[in-house]
Design a protein around this ligand. Structure first.
Ligand code: SAM
Length: 225
């Protein structure tokens, strides 16, 4: 059974796809997709040997070893043209790491029709990379798990321009404006207001930081307006 976060990721993979799950850890995502008949097969990539062994064990235990190949390697280096991957999932890492993996694997993204990305942080930088590399954001979700609110970004080949506000909050999440999204930004607003108070009572800690914090607060308030 998948965690709420991975369940949402899995729900964004189209039926009939060949999937690469990069940073698969136990390969729960790929196994779930194949067992439910969503993915016809794929690759589970891992850079670390421990998680790779876990993936292999789980794949065998679930009798999907003819459909999912667990491979050791950095990022997209584990896939090649012969794999015919349609969808790449990268979940549970920082946005900067996901961005580096995509950037270094640019050549391998050519036949790919969809990216399903779940950055733990660094959503802004990831969106920025996507729109600067001929991807458009076609869907976004936000999900609560273990006291953290995770954003999931779906991107497909295409053109898109995003405003600063859309890069921060997510063009689709902003429109959906659901309860989980509102909770995330209300929580962030409270955190920033505390930071502001602290900085104001210790002015030596930096005018620049205070200026930035005030700007972040203003942006969230404007978004809620
Ligand atoms: N994707 C799973 C999830 O969302 O639950 C596992 C997330 S786990 C926190 C991150 C995994 O990514 C770790 O198993 C780690 O070894 C792997 N990883 C980190 N950097 C990687 C890279 N450059 N290429 C492939 N895997 C990587």
């Amino acid at each position: 059974n998948l965690s709420p976060r991975l369940k949402v990721v899995a729900g964004l993979v189209p039926k009939g796809s060949k999937v690469a799950d990069i940073g698969s850890d136990h390969a729960y995502l790929a196994i779930n997709l194949v067992k439910r008949g969503i993915a016809i097969g794929g690759v589970a990539g891992e850079v670390a040997k421990g998680p790779l062994t876990n993936s292999r064990n789980e794949i065998i235990k679930n009798a999907v070893d003819t459909k999912i190949d667990a491979r050791l390697g950095d990022g997209l280096a584990v896939i090649d043209d012969a794999d015919d991957i349609d969808v790449i999932c990268i979940a549970g890492m920082g946005g900067l790491l996901i961005r580096r993996i995509l950037d270094e694997g640019l050549e391998r993204l050519k036949g790919v029709t969809r990216l399903v990305l779940q950055p733990n942080v660094g959503e802004y930088e990831l969106r920025e990379w996507l729109i600067n590399h001929n991807f458009k954001i076609t869907d976004e979700e936000i999900v609560a798990e273990d006291f953290h609110l995770y954003e999931i970004i779906v991107a497909e080949p295409g053109q898109m321009k995003l405003s600063e506000q859309q890069l921060i909050f997510g063009p689709i999440l902003m429109n959906k404006n659901n309860q989980v999204y509102q909770n995330k930004w209300k929580k962030e607003l409270l955190r920033l207001e505390k930071v502001q108070k602290n900085l104001e009572s210790h002015p030596r800690h930096g005018e620049e930081k205070l200026r930035k914090t005030k700007l972040q607060i203003k942006r969230i308030e404007e978004m809620f307006d």
